[in-house]
Design a protein around this ligand. Sequence first.
Ligand code: GTP
Length: 204
Amino acid sequence: MEKTKLKIILLGDSGVGKTSLLKRYNDKDFKQLHNSTIYVDLVTKEICIAERQVILQIWDTAGQERFKSLPSRFYRDTDCCVLVYDVNTLKTFESIDNWHDEFIKQANPETPTKFPFVLMGNKTDVNNGKPRVVAKEIADQWCGSKGNIVYFETSAKAKINVEEAFLEIAKKALTNERQIDDMERYRSVVPTIEKETPRSRCSC
Ligand SMILES: Nc1nc2c(ncn2[C@@H]2O[C@H](COP(=O)(O)OP(=O)(O)OP(=O)(O)O)[C@@H](O)[C@H]2O)c(=O)[nH]1
């Protein structure tokens, strides 16, 4: 059985928790310390989904303005774009439109209205006794206005909905699947991958 490579990109303002969500998903770990991502980081994870062995290449991007100048080719061939905001900070939700439009502009997908996005409202564990800054209904409304984008409310800290969200992200990405036979292209994205990727059976 051939492995399918899926390219996933996380976008969102600095500090919303992109790295923490990915760390929670990949390492089952959470750290309170905030070290801003510089340009991009890559995490690869092999999972079994819909009886397929897939390799998720998850690109964690920097939310800081000064690292925003990633070239268009970085966005190309993405299979799912994950937009992350902090449910306690309005500005991060207001930025989601820009991140969405920037992705469409840079990645230039064939059918932008059908491209798989997932929205994550993170830090739902934070409770200062005040009402939520961005209500779920507002986020749902935004998702509806963009062609029914799937929405998850998550907490990397309290481990809420992280596994579920990434499973859905993988499923969405699978709709844009490609087979790993373009080894040249694959190695250029994942330089550390071994020369021959074994074709393996799905063991799940
Ligand atoms: N309470 C709470 N804090 C979180 C959560 N997720 C992340 N944080 C904290 O928020 C801060 C920023 O998290 P990061 O994961 O570094 O944010 P980022 O979006 O990757 O930031 P950039 O790399 O600058 O783009 C850190 O102090 C995290 O510990 C969460 O679910 N709940």
